[in-house]
Ligand binder design. Structure first.
Ligand code: GAL
Length: 681
């Protein structure tokens, strides 16, 4: 990956969170760790994630000798460091002396010391203290040859106790929220209009009347909630930028933070612009269902989203080698799944496989969380052997994979503001659960071996031939023009009912659907079809059950591909297609279940002239991702079935690792990832 390549040339990183700070009185352990790391082909350690109290034991007294010693020792053994800033957890001296650094919850109560991710991002004292420690780290280690990148804080916003919003409700945050609103609206009059405050006597006559919404206060006015979500993401980002600027004071190393995929409160598209590269933490619940396919699709979605944020490779900053310890049932990965799940990340654009955690702590809440080295048996464990096997493979793959990228020609809209608004709408099905519905679409593309980017409404559509926008409830400024241009130039656009309903203030559009001309339809109402009056969609000879939503529409130029099978709108259009410019727009008025979505995706792919980049007959549980560059294409064929599974390759290919020819029917082992190669002309 470009940003990091300069400081860690030629290696896929393999490593993760390492906490020598918990073992400073155990030189034997620190010594043994290096030996085990080398044996497991671990070449990276992420240091200092929650080490503030060790790095600054008392206010203003920095103790970084131990850290420098560890960085030195790792470096001598060829292990690079990604250095974290420690703000994920605050030291006692800080909260004791300056309680205002602790966040205030939605009921107006200030938190007490404890846990992590519970700081107020606005607090001037916290920012000053953060700047102190970050600059000290930067000055001491920011140019150390072993330090390759910065990792800001940890999972910003990951506050386990937050009720509705992760935001802080202290007076400083309320003031910052008002400033944010003044910048956005200029006048109270415009704000009142945007928030439709004539409803329920909400008209504001002074900025001071505006408070952060929350469980204990306003939580029915959509406009304020939407803006508050925007503010919470922006304010946390503002804190992250201050952290970034502090580490940049003495250091030229690239900066990232560990994101959490589809984490609802933070609009990562906006965050990515402020970072040198992106990274993600991903903990799929493997084996929590009999069939791992849905889980694999969900993990793939996380990686695709992370890759799409900057349209470049990323780091898998955290994953687990066996099981986590924070779900009701914590199942360990079955043998082979560690290799496959790690290769899945690489296949999707990761240039690293990193873990939480290298060595398990002996005490406290994560002592039973999976680790490369557990409490017993050192390196003589199944987990260690699987980590080592992966390390060996990654080392060999580095030359092949680094420098290649995924270049999808299909994209699917994942826009945070749209999701906030649609999930908040009081209508139809509640909770709406955008992500669950979205996974049907993403999963259908995954099943067909189509790498797909996730985009927001600010993204450039030029690289794509197909854009899907399911449940695109909000149309932000500029979106309709962008979609029109895309289709005019030959793109295929697919959207669904419950799209084009509100503008970016969450105010309903009037008169007609904003893309009526492009879609060739006129929506009238949306029905919900619960199980006892389930509707069907008739498409040619086939009939598909409806999931929930049935949009009742009329055509104004579009052709009808499918119709409803029942109810007062029986025979009316359930799916339409409309030619526009050189392209086409499909509108799924009915929300079908997975098999319908699959057929719709087939139709759209066919219209867009897209197919799996390798000629293979895929079967359930098997997918392909493609990375290309350097004159070659790499196909990662992944079998998520726990049984041998046959796939048929219709064109001869070469196994990129063994050099063997692959053609015709091939039996993939359970959880196998086979990497095939094709030279590009
Ligand atoms: C992550 C977090 C790590 C660790 C891990 C456990 O969300 O960043 O610090 O707590 O979860 O799975």
């Amino acid at each position: 990956m470009q940003a990091i390549e300069k400081f860690a040339p030629g290696v896929i990183l393999h490593g993760g969170d390492y906490n020598p700070d918990q073992w400073l009185d155990r030189p034997d352990i620190l010594h043994e760790d290096i030996r085990f790391m080398k044996e497991a082909h671990i070449n990276e350690a992420t240091l200092g994630v929650f080490a503030w109290s060790m790095e600054e034991p008392e206010e203003g007294r920095y103790d970084l000798d131990w850290l420098e010693e560890v960085v030195n020792r790792l470096y001598e053994h060829g292990i690079r460091t990604i250095l974290a800033t420690p703000t994920g957890a605050m030291p006692h001296w800080l909260t004791e002396k300056y309680p205002e650094v602790l966040k205030v919850d939605e009921h107006g109560t200030r938190r007490m010391h404890g846990q992590r991710h519970n700081f107020c991002p606005t607090s001037p004292v916290l920012r000053k203290k953060m700047q102190g420690i970050n600059e000290a780290l930067s000055e001491r280690l920011g140019k150390h040859p072993g330090v390759i990148a910065w990792h800001l804080s940890n999972e910003y916003g990951g506050d386990a106790d937050a009720e509705t919003f992760i935001g802080c409700h202290c007076p400083a945050c309320e003031d910052a929220f008002r400033t944010f609103l003044k910048d956005r609206y200029g006048t109270l009059e415009d704000l009142n209009r945007a928030w439709w405050t004539g409803f329920w006597s909400n008209r504001f006559t002074s900025w001071d009347q505006i408070h952060c919404p929350g469980a204990g206060s306003e939580h029915t006015m959509h406009g304020i909630k939407l803006d508050y979500r925007r503010f919470v993401s922006a304010q946390m980002l503002d804190f992250a930028k201050a952290e970034r600027d502090a580490v940049r004071r003495y250091s030229d190393r690239p900066v990232c933070t560990n994101m959490m995929g589809t984490f609802d409160p933070l609009d990562y598209f906006k965050w990515a612009r402020e970072l040198d590269f992106v990274s993600v933490d991903c903990y799929p619940m493997w084996h929590s269902q009999e069939d791992d396919t849905g889980i694999a699709q969900g993990a793939s979605l996380y990686y695709a989203l992370t890759r799409s944020l900057k349209r470049m490779p990323f780091l898998l900053m955290e994953s687990v080698v066996s099981s986590v310890n924070w779900t009701p049932i914590n199942i360990i990965k079955r043998p082979g799944m560690h290799m496959l799940s790690s290769m899945q990340a690489v296949a999707s654009g990761a240039d690293s496989v990193q873990y939480f955690q290298f060595r398990a702590s002996r005490g406290s809440s994560e002592k039973f969380h999976g680790a490369v080295i557990g409490h017993l048996n050192g390196n003589d464990t199944r987990v260690f052997r699987e980590v080592k096997a992966l390390g060996e493979r990654l080392e060999k793959l580095s030359g092949l994979v680094l420098g290649t990228v995924n270049r999808p020609q299909a994209a699917i809209l994942y826009d945070w503001e749209n999701i906030w608004a649609v999930n908040d709408a009081q209508a139809l099905v509640m909770p709406f659960d955008f992500n669950r519905r979205f996974l049907d679409y993403y999963g259908a593309l995954w099943d067909r071996g189509i790498d797909t980017d996730l985009i927001d409404m600010d993204s450039d559509l030029a690289p794509y031939r197909l854009v899907l926008a399911p449940f695109n409830y909000m149309y932000r400024k500029g979106w309709t023009e962008k979609v029109r241009r895309f289709v005019e130039r030959g793109g295929v656009f697919v959207t669904t009912c419950w799209s084009g309903i509100v503008d970016d203030s969450d105010l309903c559009f009037e008169k007609e659907h904003p893309l009526q001309d492009l879609l060739g339809i006129r929506p009238e109402e949306v029905d919900v079809s619960p199980g006892y009056m389930e509707n069907t969609i008739s498409w040619g000879e086939d009939s598909f059950p409806v999931r929930d939503l049935c949009g009742v529409i009329h055509t104004v130029g579009a052709d009808v591909l499918a119709v409803y099978g029942k109810n007062y709108y029986k025979g009316m259009p359930a799916l339409t297609v409309h030619a526009y410019g050189r392209g086409k727009a499909l509108y799924a008025a009915a929300e079908g279940k997975q098999d319908f979505v699959g057929r719709l995706v087939d139709e759209a792919l066919c219209e867009a002239g897209l197919r799996c980049p390798i000629e293979v007959e895929l079967v359930h549980g098997v997918t392909v991702s493609c990375r290309e560059g350097d004159g070659r294409r790499l196909f990662f064929v992944q079998n998520f079935n726990n049984r041998p599974t046959e796939v048929v390759f219709r064109k001869p290919c070469r196994n990129a690792e063994s050099g063997e020819k692959v053609e015709g029917p091939v039996l993939l082992d359970p959880y196998e990832c086979r990497i095939l190669e094709e030279r590009m002309a």
